[in-house]
Design a protein around this ligand. Structure first.
Ligand SMILES: NC(=O)c1ccc[n+]([C@@H]2O[C@H](COP(=O)([O-])OP(=O)(O)OC[C@H]3O[C@@H](n4cnc5c(N)ncnc54)[C@H](O)[C@@H]3O)[C@@H](O)[C@H]2O)c1
Length: 440
């Protein structure tokens, strides 16, 4: 074994074994290779080569030190090849970033994640539709890999519980886990959230959070263009809950998570209403186009949440906090107090998508504890709680929902298997009817 290989093995071992063992190994290793660890190449595997996966891989490659994209996996070969080109172009000319993904390390299909994890990588980026995240995260942790996983991290209670269990294991193994709720790495948010938590607007009584916009991409494939119902839903994943979780989970999680971050807590109860007003065509699967939820925290404070995918309406992607002394525009990093004082963040602004990777890779290179999985999982759970309340029209509690361990995932994963939701003879999917639909 060459010295480089030996160093590399020690470095990765030092940052990925049991906490006590890691501390010992890190100490022993650092005694002789204090700086060497920072020079080691970190090998990255990408699972889910779409828009965000490609972006996250480029950001990982742009972190300080040598990083190699070593393997890629996607359900579909066409997605993978496009992504590879995009990533290569994004780091061309870099002295520290290497894209080294020969044909034999490009994997497709349902098992691509296993092959990426087993390909000799140190860290995996998980950026498929969120329904698969619990399975992929658990496998990565079992194999002792560091992880960057996109939000949301599940679409049902069973998935949240699976992620929480794997996260406990990751902690025991001293793995570094990043979750793509990038506002936590954005200077404006970090500043204003800390000020709110420090009491500058008084006690937080209520928050308002919004993701109101025109909607996302239209279905990418017609039913006639693909061989099976499974492929149809995978290609058009946004519109199926087992894959996406509805837009309250897929997008609005960012704003709900900011509320949770401010409170340092998660909602215990939700009541809500929602439906589909304009996005009714069968090609839009089963998801709603609007949700409005009242979340309650343990201390009785509230978070009022709205998300909408309807064009030509009032749009806002923002968070607001109301305190006993004044109110904060959280997304605008400013506040106004009743006594006339006000504050606006005027510091540096940065790209949180890059910073979240810089921070994770820094933690790996320096063996610093790094674990975003709990708030990733619980903000996902909060969004699913919201969906359970709007679909059912009934109050739902976090405790009961997580205890139910309900699952909306398929029983079998193959291109010819039936997805858990199927259309009727006219191609129309069942849509939750409040008052009739069970929360879980
Ligand atoms: N943090 C953010 O701001 C942000 C922004 C955009 C997307 N995201 C998240 O990133 C994730 C991906 O979103 P996207 O916009 O890149 O979607 P996308 O459709 O562009 O990409 C998803 C990719 O995953 C592949 N895929 C599907 N199932 C797979 C499986 N089982 N194994 C391997 N590959 C599979 C698809 O073929 C596709 O290439 C979502 O969870 C989304 O919420 C986060």
């Amino acid at each position: 074994m060459s010295e480089t290989q030996s160093n590399r093995r020690n470095f990765m071992k030092a940052s990925a074994t049991s906490a006590a063992g890691a501390a010992f190994l890190a100490q022993a290793f650092n005694a002789s290779h204090v700086y060497a660890a920072g020079d080691e190449t970190i090998k990255v595997g990408l699972v889910g080569c779409g828009g965000r996966g490609s972006g996250a891989a480029s950001q990982a490659l742009k972190t300080a030190g040598k990083v190699e994209l070593h393997a890629m996996g996607d359900m579909f070969g066409d997605q993978l090849e496009q992504s590879l080109k995009r990533i290569e172009a994004s780091v061309s000319g870099s002295e520290t970033a290497k894209v080294n993904v020969p044909e034999e390390r490009r994997f497709t299909g349902f098992d691509a994640y296993k092959q990426v994890i087993e390909s000799g990588v140190d860290l995996v980026i998980l950026a498929t539709p969120p329904g698969f995240r619990p399975i992929h995260f658990e496998a990565a942790v079992n194999a002792g890999k560091h992880v960057f996983m996109e939000k949301p991290v599940a679409t049902d209670a069973a998935g949240v519980n699976q992620v929480l269990a794997a996260a406990r294991k990751a902690k025991e193994k001293n793995l570094k886990i990043g979750v793509g709720l990038q506002r936590h790495h954005q200077a404006t948010y970090r500043d204003i959230v800390k000020r709110i938590q420090d009491g500058e607007i008084g006690d937080v009584i209520a928050m308002r959070v919004y993701w109101n916009g025109g909607g996302v991409w239209d279905p990418r494939k017609n039913r006639e263009e693909v061989a099976t119902e499974m492929e149809y839903q995978l290609r058009n994943w946004y519109y199926y809950n087992w894959l996406c979780g509805d837009h309250i989970c897929e997008q609005h999680i960012h704003n709900i998570d900011v509320g949770n971050w401010i409170k340092g807590a998660y909602p215990v109860r939700a009541e809500g209403m929602g439906g589909r007003e304009v996005r009714k065509d069968k090609k839009y699967g089963e998801i709603y186009d609007h949700h409005a939820v009242e979340f309650t925290y343990e201390d009785g404070s509230k978070m009022f949440s709205q998300c909408r995918h309807i064009p030509n309406c009032w749009n806002s992607v923002s968070e607001w906090a109301h305190g006993s002394k004044g109110h904060a525009n959280v997304s605008g990093a400013s506040y106004e107090l009743a006594n006339g004082e006000n504050y606006r963040y005027r510091g540096q602004k940065d790209d949180p998508y890059q910073v979240e990777h810089d921070d994770l890779f820094h933690a790996i290179r320096n063996n610093i504890s790094y674990d975003e999985s709990e708030y990733g999982a619980m903000s996902t759970a909060s969004s699913i709680l919201g969906r359970a309340s709007t679909y059912s029209g009934k109050p739902v509690t976090m405790k009961d929902m997580l205890a139910s361990n309900f699952s909306i995932m398929p029983k079998e994963y193959s291109m010819t298997a039936n997805p858990p939701v199927l259309p009727n003879a006219d191609g129309v999917y069942p849509v939750a009817v409040p008052g009739v639909h069970k929360p879980y």
